[in-house]
Design a protein around this ligand. Structure first.
Ligand SMILES: Cc1cc2nc3c(=O)[nH]c(=O)nc-3n(C[C@H](O)[C@H](O)[C@H](O)COP(=O)(O)O)c2cc1C
Length: 178
């Protein structure tokens, strides 16, 4: 598939099988993330890659706790049962932190798609990694929880059978001057 076709093919996947994401696949997604553009070329990223089901469950619960602040009845799994969860973090004092992080996240989604994996961008990383448990997970992984802020999560895995992912119709405003 051409890179251009890949851009159009990627869709958010919200149902997964239990098939593990291999270390090689994780490495490729992280390499793609590290090649994202960043303001002034700072590469201010920290990436957390989690396949440990207990840690994924803890992060999912922390994420759901944040969701419940807006929607007290929320009962779901914000990570949709994905076997691999990435946290994308950026040095917290940078004014471009969200922009830098977003560029890395998009690279990861596209890399996952190119490897035949489903993926989805998941919100609320900032709040999750501001909690005591979230910080402990970062520190356990060797990421300085005081230096970085969460920008987003990327979940990845084998898409469950029978789930189809159609792109919504496009509605960008485009102005052309020739
Ligand atoms: C900033 C941002 C936050 C998102 N957060 C979530 C999320 O928390 N949960 C989720 O299921 N999808 C999330 N998404 C995925 C969008 O819902 C998805 O991209 C959109 O519905 C379009 O679908 P597509 O990715 O298949 O084109 C997020 C996307 C972006 C860009």
């Amino acid at each position: 598939m051409s890179a251009y076709d890949l851009l159009l093919k990627r869709r958010s996947v919200r149902a997964y099988t239990d098939k593990p994401v291999s270390n090689k696949q994780i490495e490729k997604i992280l390499t793609a993330a590290s090649y994202a553009p960043s303001a002034k070329g700072r590469q201010p990223f920290a990436f957390l890659a989690v396949t440990n089901p207990k840690i994924i469950q803890t992060l999912s619960q922390l994420n759901a706790d944040v969701m419940r602040k807006a929607n007290p009845d929320y009962q779901g799994d914000p990570f949709y049962g994905a076997p691999c969860v990435f946290g994308v973090l950026v040095l917290k004092d940078l004014p471009t932190r969200e922009l830098d992080g977003a560029a890395a996240i998009e690279n990861m989604l596209l890399a996952a798609c190119s490897l035949g994996l489903g993926s989805c961008w998941i919100n609320r990383a900032r709040e999750v990694f501001e909690t005591r448990e979230g910080k402990e997970i970062l520190n356990q992984a060797g990421i300085d929880s005081e230096a970085y802020t969460g920008i987003g999560f990327v979940i990845a895995g084998e898409a469950a059978n029978g789930v189809s992912y159609e792109a919504a119709s496009r509605k960008s405003v485009i102005g052309v001057i020739q």
